[in-house]
Design a protein around this ligand. Structure first.
Ligand SMILES: Nc1ncnc2c1ncn2[C@@H]1O[C@H](COP(=O)(O)OP(=O)(O)OP(=O)(O)O)[C@@H](O)[C@H]1O
Length: 315
C-alpha cells in the first residue's frame, strides 16, 4: 500500500471535522492500515505540511495525502503539492461547503468517502486540471474549484471573517451566511469596468458585478456557476455578470443555484486557457473561496497536473 498521510483541519465546520477524523481513524485501525496524521494549527499550515510531506517523500515511489476538512483546507494542500508527481491527493469532506466533493465525484458522506478512498487508494490516480493565478509581486496561487473577482470575492471575504459563520455552522446553516452578505452588500457594491484578455482576444465589460473562472461547475456551497465546466478538458470556463440593476442582479444570483443564469443576456460565458483580468477600480479576488488579494491577475489552465484519488471523471 502507498504511504498514507492525513492532514486534518480540526477547525473546519466548527470542529465537525474532528468527529470525521475519529471515524476515519477507527476505520484505518480496524483495517490495520498504517498512517501518519497531522492536525493543522493555523491558517496556511496545511500548505506547509503538504510541502514538507512532498519534500520528504520525493525519493519514495508513491504517497497519498488525505485531506479532512473543507474546501479551504483542500485548497491549501493543493498549493503545497502541485508539481509533486509522486504524491496524490484524496479528500474526505469535513467542512461546510463541499463544492470540491460535488465537482470531483467524491461521496459527500464522510464514511462513504473514506470507504471509497480506501478502495481506490492503490489504483492509478486520475489526473485533473488546476488553475494557476499570478497576482501581485509575482505571487502564485493554484485553485481547484474556481477563482473570482468582484462581488463574489467581497462576499467570500466578509463571510470568512464573520463570527456569524461560526454561529450558523453550529446549526448546520453555514451556507446561509453567504445569502446574508449578498443582501447586506447588494446596495453598496460599486460596479466597475473590467478589461479582460482571453487567449489573446480583448474584451471590455462595463458595470461589472463579478467575473468567475471555473475549473468545475460548483461554487458557494452548491451553486452551479458554470454547469458545463470539466476538470479534465484542459480549459477554464469564464462567467462575466455585468450591466444589471441591483434587483435584477439579485434575481440572477438566485438562478445560479440551478444554473439558470447562463441563459440571461447580461451573463457572458467564455472558454479559455490564458486569462487576464484588470479593472478600473481594484476588485477583491478569491481562489477556491479564500480571499487572496486584488485585481489585476493573470490566470492559466494547467491541464491534468494533479493526481487525485477519485473515480474516472468524464472529459
Ligand atoms: N487550526 C486552525 N485554526 C484556525 N483556522 C484554521 C486552522 N487550520 C486551518 N484553518 C483555516 O480554516 C479555514 C477554513 O477551513 P475549511 O475551508 O477547510 O473549512 P470550512 O470553512 O468549514 O469549509 P468550507 O470551505 O468547505 O466551507 C481555512 O482558511 C484554513 O486556513
Amino acid at each position: 500500500m502507498k504511504n498514507l498521510y492525513v492532514i486534518i483541519n480540526p477547525q473546519a465546520k466548527n470542529g465537525y471535522s474532528k468527529k470525521v477524523w475519529l471515524d476515519v481513524e477507527k476505520e484505518l485501525q480496524s483495517r490495520q492500515i498504517p498512517y501518519t496524521a497531522f492536525n493543522t494549527e493555523y491558517p496556511g499550515h496545511a500548505r506547509e505540511l503538504a510541502r514538507s510531506i512532498c519534500k520528504e517523500t520525493k525519493h519514495e515511489d508513491k504517497a497519498v495525502i488525505v485531506v479532512i476538512g473543507g474546501d479551504g483546507t483542500l485548497h491549501e494542500v493543493i498549493n503545497g503539492t502541485v508539481g509533486a508527481k509522486n504524491v496524490s491527493v484524496g479528500f474526505i469532506p469535513g467542512g461546510s461547503g463541499n463544492d470540491f466533493s460535488r465537482g470531483y465525484g467524491i461521496p459527500k458522506n464522510h464514511l462513504s468517502a473514506s470507504n471509497f478512498l480506501l478502495k481506490q487508494i492503490d489504483l492509478q490516480p486520475i489526473l485533473v486540471d488546476v488553475g494557476e493565478i499570478v497576482h501581485s509581486e509575482e505571487k502564485t496561487t493554484y485553485f481547484v474549484n474556481n477563482m473570482g473577482a468582484g462581488f463574489d470575492a467581497l462576499i467570500t471575504k466578509e463571510a470568512n471573517h464573520s463570527k456569524l459563520k461560526k454561529v450558523m455552522n453550529r446549526f448546520s446553516l453555514g451556507n446561509l451566511i453567504y445569502a446574508y452578505f449578498v443582501l447586506k452588500k447588494l446596495f453598496t457594491f460599486k460596479r466597475t469596468v473590467v478589461n479582460m484578455t482571453i487567449d489573446g482576444k480583448k474584451y471590455k465589460f462595463e458595470e461589472t458585478w463579478f467575473v468567475t473562472v471555473s475549473n468545475q461547475p460548483y461554487y458557494g456551497g452548491g451553486m452551479k456557476i458554470s454547469p458545463k465546466a470539466s476538470v479534465r478538458d484542459g480549459l477554464l470556463n469564464v462567467t462575466v455578470v455585468q450591466n444589471l440593476s441591483r434587483m435584477k442582479f439579485l434575481f440572477v444570483f438566485i438562478t445560479v443555484f440551478w444554473g439558470g443564469h447562463e441563459r440571461m443576456k447580461e451573463v457572458k460565458n467564455f472558454l479559455g486557457k490564458e486569462i487576464f483580468i484588470e479593472s478600473k477600480d481594484p476588485l477583491f479576488v478569491h481562489a477556491d473561496g479564500e480571499f487572496i488579494g486584488e485585481t489585476p491577475v493573470s490566470i492559466q489552465a494547467c491541464p491534468q497536473v494533479l493526481p487525485l484519488v477519485t473515480r474516472e471523471i468524464d472529459k
